[in-house]
Design a protein around this ligand. Sequence first.
Ligand code: NAD
Ligand code: UDP
Length: 354
Amino acid sequence: MTAFTPDPEAGRDARRTGSFQRALVTGGAGFVGSHLCEQLLDAGTSVVALDNFVTSEPDDIAGLVDRPGFALVRHDVTESFSGLGRFDVVFHLASAASPPDYLRLPIETLRAGSLGTDHALELAQRCGARFVLASTSEVYGDPGVHPQPEGYWGHVNPVGPRSVYDEAKRYAEALTMAYRRERGVDSGIARIFNTYGPRMRADDGRMVPTFIAQALAGAPLTVAGTGEQTRSLCYVEDTVRGLLALARSGHPGPVNIGNPRELSVRSLAEEIRAAAGSRSALEYIDGAIDDPQRRCPDISLARHALGWRPMVERSEGLRRTIDWFAERTTPVDGSPRPVTKRQTGLAVNSTGSA
Ligand code: NAD
Ligand code: UDP
């Protein structure tokens, strides 16, 4: 364990100047985490990504490991950690996020939201770092208010299958506020709405990678339920800009980070099919239990308090995402596509040796 003197002003100083020296990103090998690490490195911040690869693989961040200022630590955030040095900002993203992932990892998901958030907050407190929690629109459940403002308390089934994720995040928000009130941690809560983009796993089960993989393979697009349920999709680059804006602002949140352009799941399937130039059919499958029927963020707070709004149109975001997937997929006619993903022998440290 490396001893260092806590400096409660460290995070606030870094925030004031708008640049962080050293960031911890839990879940840094995941979809959103890897893009966050990238944008932090681009801004000149040294980054430690901490991940146990429960829903990702070291190869997913192969493009980051050789970058100066980047370190990867294999560790489960539900086990306490120390010896990583000091940080002036801690982003806590470690958690399964795709419904199929958290439904197959119920206890792990609850522990990542509870124990994991506790450990990340403890570290932020020790360092005097700014702390940003990646919370979710799922805290609103199947909402009774539309679009959802931060003041809405939600409509969540506390014992349904999705509760392992929803309640873990609600607990994580409560814990973050308790550390803020009781221990003075400079915290910010981001409620992230559906985010998509390159580096999602083709098989992670969320609608965007699933529809894209199906469209590119010429397979039916599996639309759940009636397909009339809605979501609002934010391109990952925009979501990450929102997380960074929250980190730099000092705002406590919760603040919605999402794109307010709402569409039905069926319309999205049709858009993706057209954008991928596919002739796949739509196949209607059973709807998910407690599936939120409408979801759209009210982003007035993010606009005013953070000066943030999404910039990437869905047509453009989907084009970039489909291109990324297409480069990694064997096309329907079987001809090889160029392999662009680097296969690297990745050096992954354990916490002990970091
Ligand atoms: P992801 O599954 O791609 O990434 C999560 C990462 O966390 C993975 O690399 C996984 O291995 C890691 N992880 C999980 N449990 C861990 C543990 N105990 N210890 C260490 N690492 C662990 O998911 P994502 O889409 O990148 O989501 C990242 C965060 O953003 C999550 O907290 C999620 O709840 C939140 N979020 C995402 C979205 C979205 O649409 N992508 C929406 C709302 C909230
Ligand atoms: N969905 C779908 N087909 C799929 C995967 C998901 O129709 O193959 C639906 C899902 O039932 C939900 C919506 O798409 O209504 C968004 O699901 P996703 O898993 O992407 O994220 P969620 O917003 O539910 O966390």
